[in-house]
Design a protein around this ligand. Structure first.
Ligand code: FAD
Length: 305
């Protein structure tokens, strides 16, 4: 069976890997290559965020957590397991996704102005490294990747898998899909090992091997991909208040990504006048977190076509 996968972000590549390693002939077509996608901008901490519905997101995220633990043991994958803390400004129950992580504990002493917090080990995915690793894994399994901007869903393959992210707005005619703009600042690594998150702003500090990603913003309906210098200054100030070691850290770059948001992730098989299409888009702020679970479901749907 020949499968055309649309999109070379984390969802297209991960689904492509699963399908190709299952023995299907997989060709990825994408307007933006992996390092140009929204996926390459992601921080990218395993954390279920801005994605619904909870039951499915929980299952996908849990499955992905387990897979990332294995991938982290693979050299050069760009995935590392790091412990860190989310600080909270109010007292809350354990998060709804707590059972997906092995070691969530409450923080006993939180700094002012916080009132509560939890710590856990999370996969941190260094996206530029990881996306290239996924591409190599796809190609080693016989898959291909070609740059191509499509005006609509193709109808000449045995199966199309639509992982076009925000591009599915056009390709699938889906007006419920909209951007939630996110801006980040990349600074030099100054010895920070743990990630830290203040979910209320949201502000996050995500250390990687050679740099640190500082965030963030969450602008509903924002389409502008240009970094805003004032927003960048605000991000650095908020992140430095959270992690004082960041004071004076050299800024290496600015990125903006448009999260593909939707009332709920669309992962389903559609029969388009005899042409099967598996849609897999609308992962909001959790596309990395859910990627392996979604790819497994795409494979199961594909094998049933
Ligand atoms: C600042 C920021 C921080 C984030 N942090 C995290 C995080 O910590 N953890 C996490 O899990 N998630 C995070 N996310 C969310 C995550 O980045 C997204 O959910 C994820 O990247 C979506 O991946 P995707 O593969 O579905 O789409 P994309 O990465 O957007 O890829 C879509 C692909 O489809 C292609 N395409 C679109 N239209 C067409 C067309 N007409 N023809 C051909 N190709 C087309 C594109 O060119 C691209 O290759 C963050 C996002 C941002 C912006």
């Amino acid at each position: 069976m020949r499968v055309l996968v649309l999109g070379a972000g984390v969802n297209g590549l991960t689904a492509g890997v699963r399908l190709a390693e299952a023995g299907l002939q997989v060709d990825l077509l994408a307007r933006e290559l992996p390092l140009e996608t929204t996926s390459s901008v992601a921080a990218a901490l395993w954390y279920p965020y801005l994605a619904e519905p909870r039951e499915r997101v929980f299952a996908w995220a849990q499955r992905s957590y387990d897979e990332f633990v294995q991938v982290a043991a693979t050299p050069d994958s760009g995935v590392a397991l790091r412990s860190g803390t989310e600080l909270l400004r109010e007292l809350l129950e354990d998060p709804w996704w707590a059972a997906a992580v092995p070691d969530l504990t409450r923080v006993k002493h939180v700094p002012t102005p916080y009132r509560d917090g939890w710590s856990f080990t999370a996969p941190v995915v260094e996206m530029p490294v990881y996306l290239r690793w996924l591409q190599r894994r796809l190609e080693e399994a016989g898959g291909t990747l070609t740059r191509m901007a499509l005006p609509g869903l193709p109808d000449h393959a045995d199966l199309v898998v639509n992982c076009a992210g925000l591009g599915a707005r056009l390709l699938a005619g889906d007006d419920t899909l909209h951007p939630v703009r996110g801006q980040v600042v990349r600074v030099e690594q100054v010895g920070v090992e743990r990630w830290l998150l203040d979910g209320s702003e949201p502000t996050y500090v995500v250390p990687r091997s050679d740099d640190i990603i500082l965030g963030g913003t969450e602008t509903e309906g924002g389409w502008d991909r240009r970094p805003d210098p004032q927003v960048a200054r605000d991000i650095v100030a908020r992140a430095t208040a959270l992690v004082p070691e960041l004071a004076g850290a050299r800024v290496l770059g600015h990125r903006v990504g448009l999260r593909p948001a939707r009332p709920s992730v669309r992962l389903e098989l559609e029969d388009r006048a005899g042409h099967p299409v598996i849609h897999c888009y609308g992962h909001g702020g959790a596309g990395v977190t859910t990627s392996w679970g979604c790819a497994d479901e795409v494979l199961a749907l594909a094998l049933a076509v």
